[in-house]
Design a protein around this ligand. Sequence first.
Ligand SMILES: N[C@@H](CCC(=O)N[C@@H](CS)C(=O)NCC(=O)O)C(=O)O
Length: 217
Amino acid sequence: MPHDIEIIGRRSSHYTRQLRLLAHELGIDYALRPIHDLLSDDPAAYAGNPALKLPALRCGEATVWGSMNACRWLARQTPDGEARVFWPEQASSALAMNAHELLAHAMAVQVEVVFHEIVSKRAPDAASRKRRASLGGSLRWIDAHWRGIRAELPIGRIAIFDVGLFCLLEHLPFRNPMDLSAMPHLRAFAREFGTRASAQATPYSFDAPPPETLRTT
Ligand SMILES: N[C@@H](CCC(=O)N[C@@H](CS)C(=O)NCC(=O)O)C(=O)O
């Protein structure tokens, strides 16, 4: 590996897991540097990202913000890494493009649901109902079009779609339990993908606080 690689993120984050999981799939070593204070408004806490978002990837002199940029940069660290991955922009039919759009949206709306409802404990309102309807609707659409979507994902390559979908589906019971009983394809997919070594090496957990916050004096 040409550089030491550091992922700056959180073990409880589905976007961070996407990146970690891809690193495991590609056999790339990395160190995880946890971001402890999600409410910090100092970009330095997020590897310099002024959007105050995670994850980021540090690789030699380069720091890359955003999970998709980071996945691509990571894949470039091995000779055939980029070619082994099926990237969202390689989806060519309307069905496959729409599936990627809905997954990207569902991952983003999950952050908002967790932030507003679980972390901030805000009372439900019209906006929170719409967020939930949009998350559920996106997942139901993916489940309903499952066979068509699968038919367009190449066998033998690591589809970012699969990596992201798995990270989202496992994030639901971890942070935002939802009834998926009417989505049999998604449940079966999560079960099967969860047997992969990369999935088992990256379980969700909350990062321990930094040592100074453990001091009692
Ligand atoms: N487009 C970004 C979105 C990342 C994102 O929303 N990350 C969440 C954690 S899973 C985050 O930064 N949450 C903190 C916040 O929104 O304040 C990416 O793909 O990396």
